[in-house]
Design a protein around this ligand. Structure first.
Ligand SMILES: [Zn+2]
Ligand SMILES: [Zn+2]
Length: 157
């Protein structure tokens, strides 16, 4: 389901809400799997058997450029995110799934950065990597605590 607000916003920007475009937006927003264009294509094809991957890809990029979807590059290629609100990501290194997590502590660091460096920060991204609940060994610890304790210097960098 696409909220009416989105449809109005598309019209305001002079974009035609074509049927493929509407279905593509629907597919990406219906999943929290941060799908690739190929995944979206397979889903869209169930409803539009004659659609091409190129059409799906072009529309995904257009929707992302207009802010209706977020785009993110990772090792698997470009992925699309129906959640355009502020949030961070957790990537499971075992199953490869990308989870949304609430935007966290990086906001404070970002606010301090301009005073410390003179940089104008326009965007930032926080990525967490590890093992998700389904992939964690029962009772296992994902990090040995010793590794986190150091004499004031970051280790392993
Ligand atoms: Zn996992
Ligand atoms: Zn996300």
């Amino acid at each position: 389901m696409i909220p009416n607000k989105t449809i109005d916003a598309l019209r305001d920007r002079g974009l035609r809400l074509t049927r493929p475009r509407r279905i593509i937006l629907d597919v990406v927003r219906a999943t929290d799997a941060h799908p690739t264009a190929a995944f979206v294509y397979r889903r869209v094809r169930r409803r539009l058997p004659r659609v091409s991957l190129a059409t799906v890809y072009r529309n995904l990029q257009m929707l992302a450029a207009e802010g209706f979807l977020a785009e993110r590059a990772d090792a698997a290629g470009m992925r699309f995110d129906g959640n355009t609100g502020p949030h961070d990501h957790f990537t499971c290194l075992t199953c490869g799934r990308i989870y949304d997590v609430p935007a966290g502590a990086a906001g404070a660091a970002r606010r301090r950065l301009p005073a410390r460096t003179g940089f104008e920060v326009l965007d930032h991204r926080t990525e967490y990597y590890g093992r998700c609940g389904a992939c964690r060994p029962p009772g296992g610890r994902s990090f040995p605590t010793r590794q986190r304790r150091s004499n004031g210097k970051p280790q392993g960098l």
